[in-house]
Design a protein around this ligand. Structure first.
Ligand code: NAP
Length: 434
């Protein structure tokens, strides 16, 4: 019997557990650890609450968690409650699937002003992440800005732009729904440092914006290259650019707008003790396709500024770390003997949920080649971990505990919503009577 610890219960962790289970059958026991009492990581805390069809992938992870060889062990923080070195003593292999939960910084003056928040914080706030329950983003001004031209920027801009009615069927948390309902924001400007051909947004996510109830997406066609130039784009990007161009043809009167401001590089954020405006420099593409400043500057008013420019993976004590790549130093998923990384902690923060499947399977195949299923282990696995956690008075949760939390969240749901998530750590534990 082999014993594996997968650290992190988001998509990367679950696909890896599924792959290990397929590779080893009953010859392995796989524990999926998470710092929170509840599983699914990015699916619960990152995927937009109005994208329920994407969240439905957790049903597949449920099947993995329910299978005989797999256990969920929640409420355990690796690096605090137990070290990676201790896990390597207890398990045949340890797979780090902790994602990239931290916001990249712009590194410009004014970024520390109240009113400037990272997308991980803002997304966590509306998705019930306990670290961001108290974020209270300022929604009392009329203008907000989102910096970045990826899908996360679109998620943030869309959530700021929807009406209460448009959140029906979503699992946005109650405190965010109420705050957004009272929001005074009428204009959301999305700032991209390069042009429409360089966006990292995908067609489905862009397409939704043309149908928002109260918000009109606006583009300036003079930012676009001649239409013929779209032919050279790969089909997905061509479609995205076509959708952006079509925004210009929408004829409707709507009270709110979402402005796509391209070739716009933030230089600094200004305001009297809080964010009030962004000073932006107009850019053009340089020879390598990068953004080169033109010297022309202008102001974009914004009392809420959301930076959505990517994420990074925090280091863990004793684990080799790539400072430039801001993820674990690894060779195709291998960090060190019996220690591996998968998902964003391996590759960096790009790709969809589905990208994690081949990623997890590849690393599981590598593990199976290095630790053949027929080999015997003298490591204690979960039994040893539980003894250690008990001795440290760590109150670990299991899959049945998660089910109880899920049932309670479903029972608390407001009409039309699949659940009302708990947003504080202690609420999870109180539900379990601890
Ligand atoms: P992303 O796709 O890498 O986009 C990051 C954006 O930030 C880029 O437009 C980038 O511009 C810009 N940026 C980076 N540094 C900047 C700076 N200093 N100043 C101004 N702009 C800067 O990252 P993401 O949006 O965080 O998304 C992460 C991954 O999750 C992506 O693969 C995304 O597709 C995926 N995702 C998918 C969905 C969905 O399928 N519904 C939803 C959310 C996220 P440059 O190109 O100029 O560097």
């Amino acid at each position: 019997m082999r014993h594996f610890a997968v650290v992190g219960s988001g998509p990367a962790g679950f696909y890896t557990a599924e792959a290990l289970e397929k590779a080893y059958g009953d010859a392995a026991r796989i524990d999926i650890l998470d710092r929170y009492p509840v599983p699914y990581g990015l699916i619960r805390f990152g995927v937009a609450p109005d994208h329920q069809s994407l969240k439905a992938v957790s049903k597949r992870y449920d099947k993995v968690a329910e299978s005989a060889g797999v256990d969920f062990i929640g409420n355990v923080t690796v690096g605090r409650d137990v070290s990676v070195a201790e896990l390597l003593d207890l398990y045949d292999a340890v797979i780090l699937a902790i994602g990239a939960p931290r916001d990249r910084k712009l590194g410009i003056p004014g970024e520390e002003l109240p009113g400037v928040v990272g997308s991980a914080e803002f997304v966590g706030w509306y998705n019930g992440h306990p670290d961001f329950a108290e974020l209270d983003p300022p929604l009392d001004g009329t203008h907000a800005a989102v910096i970045g031209n990826g899908n996360v920027a679109l998620d943030c801009a869309r959530i700021l732009s929807k009406t209460r009615h448009e959140f029906e069927g979503s699992d946005i948390v109650g405190h965010a729904l109420e705050a957004l309902d009272r929001s005074a924001i009428r204009t959301v400007t999305i700032l991209g440092r390069r042009g429409p051909h360089q966006i990292a947004m995908t067609p489905k996510e862009l397409g939704e914006l043309g149908h928002l109830e109260a918000t009109l997406p606006l583009v300036d066609l003079s930012d676009f290259p001649p239409r013929e130039a779209d032919e050279a784009l790969e089909p997905g990007q061509r479609k995205s650019v076509a959708i952006l161009r079509e925004f210009n043809d929408i004829r409707a009167n709507k009270p709110k707008s979402m402005i796509f401001d391209f070739f716009a590089k933030p230089l600094r954020i200004e305001g009297d003790g809080k964010a009030e405006r962004i000073i932006v420099e107009r850019t053009e593409l340089d020879e390598k396709g990068g953004a080169r400043g033109t010297g022309e500057t202008y102001e974009v008013p914004a009392s809420l500024v959301i930076t959505a420019i990517g994420y990074w993976t925090p280091p863990i004590d004793g684990v080799a770390y790539d400072e430039r790549g801001t993820r674990f130093l690894n060779d195709n998923g291998k960090i060190a003997d019996r220690l591996y990384a998968v998902g964003w902690a391996r590759r960096g923060p790009t790709g969809t949920i589905g990208t994690n499947r081949p990623d997890g399977y590849e690393v599981a195949d590598r593990i199976a080649a290095e630790l053949p299923p027929e080999g015997e282990s003298d490591r204690p696995g979960a039994e040893g971990l539980k003894r250690l956690l008990d001795s440290r008075r760590v109150m670990a949760t299991d899959y049945d505990d998660w089910r109880k939390i899920e049932e309670t969240e479903t029972a608390r749901a407001r009409p039309g919503s699949p659940r009302e998530k708990f947003v504080r750590h202690e609420e999870w534990l109180q539900t379990l009577g601890r």
